[in-house]
Design a protein around this ligand. Sequence first.
Ligand code: AHR
Length: 635
Amino acid sequence: ELIIQTQKKGAKIQPTMYGLFYEDINYAGDGGLYAELIKNRSFEFPQHLMGWTTFGKITLQDDGPFERNPHYVRLSDPGHAEKRTGLQNDGFFGIGMKKGEKYRFSVWARLPQGGAKSKILIEIIKTNTMAEHQAFVTQELEITSSEWKKYEVILTPEMTESKSTLRIFLASPTTVDLEHISLFPVDTYNGHENGLRKDLAQALADIKPGVFRFPGGCVVEGTDLDTRYEWKKTVGPVENRPLNENRWHYTFPRRFFPDYYQSYGLGFYEYFLLSEEIGAEPLPVLHCGLVCQYQNKDMLAHVPVDELDCYVQDALDLIEFANGDVSTTWGKLRAEMGHPASFNLKFLAIGNEQWGPEYVERLEVFVKTIRKIYPEIKIIGSSGPKSDGEEFDYLWPEMKRLKVDLVDEHFYRNEDWFLSQGARYDNYDRKGPKVFAGEYACHIRKKKWNQFYAALLEAAFMTGMERNADVVHMATYAPLFAHVEGWQWRPDMIWFDNLNSVCTASYYVQQMFAVNKGSHTLTLTMDKKSVTGAEGQNGLFASAVWEEADGTYIVKVVNTSEIPQPVTLNFAGLGKNNKLSSGKCITLHTNDLLEDNTLENPNVVVPEESNVKIDGNILNTQLGAHTSTVYKFKL
Ligand code: AHR
């Protein structure tokens, strides 16, 4: 029997409680959420023509119009009627195009040797086809100036192709220079030109996240200081944002993606905008002056503590970029990019998965300066990777001493860990910093991929977070996205290919909690003992909340055991004259624990909603084996 004390409003549940953690891993950014379809559009990969195939008379030049991206290509007449000059690009894993949709092709171009005009021919061709006509989109574009200018044309394919190729021919004898060759769907999320893939961004919005953490993860630190994520390089005109080598182009122990770079086309402005548009608090993570500590000790070339100035300045300038008025340097840039209003940044994380005294001494420098200038900003520290071990024991007291507002803990753990952690937060210090469970996912031993059982155990663990919402203020599953042809890490929350995406069981668990998070906790007892998790409670995990806005009582019960269990929900204290009316039950279940949704079969494990009748404020029901459930009742 679960007794829900309806009259004792407990802790306030933070609006940020359930959110999203985004990192450009698994081609989540370029090749994923960022809707650009051309790889190496500015010819700045270290091998400048990587991703491109060129033919005829084409040369690489390096004095282009964009200072940070100086390379471009020059196309000249091949000198024979049967010869062609041009280049082609296969996108990330091919270019996905949908029948009838509009795509914006754009290019910066000029006539370097003068002339009134020249022409290029743009084609989208089927990759690897033996058909007589390769192209299924053909469009001419006139280049009319010897000055660099942006040209655009809309392409509308008459067929759907998941793996096509963009091909450009020089179609006139006059030489042409081309730079920043780009192809975007017109229909991006909320229609932004430098926008996001609609299905992927919509999946984020549908979770109703309270917080959006970006841009990573290890990506923040980079492989070394040179490849760390520098937010200032990710703002301003996209043509002039430099390229960065992605931390995930090499993945221990054996996966290597030589062409995995970050164009920075999806940068901090876009992250702030997305946060705003999906209703989440933006939560940027900044480099703390330590390189990624997950590498050989001799590779650890950290920034000395007395040389942190420019890193701290980056943090201060970021706050100005997000919140400063338009008369400030960085606020002005934000306004020029299209957002004069403040992004209302409230949280800032310094460092990702860092540990030891080297972290604490650097964090202290940031905390002191930020507190002095922006006391209203909530600072998030890290607890290091060993969330139950030595580092953890060392860092929490240090975080308390530094008075950071929250501490970011990460858990990629196996099934035993998740089953044993229902009571994890019951004994956390109520006087110290609050918890941000910034990365977690259940990695089933020896089967480290998406499956329903992992999602079920995540749900069980989350009931413990929810019961302790006074101390747990944020939680975000990780990683968020993975391209089926380019992943470095699994399990992940949303998988996609060039055209479609699928939400996993873990996604639906997050969604079930986030959209039913309530405003206050309610005290819950199970068989007269306070609920602490699985131990001695037959594999049942539970939490209860109340939503002040509409008076809904919400109870989440997760049965991790392999047998169905009778469950009684007793809504105590409502009084004789207050009767709960019929409510709803949302269930996530599948018989095969190893199953999950796939692109081919996206509806294997999806939440199912049914009506539930309650009699006299007591519900007697049976909870199926391996089932996660949300019950909702109103007076
Ligand atoms: O989520 C994948 C990685 O896991 C993150 O980049 C890092 O923070 C953690 O080690």
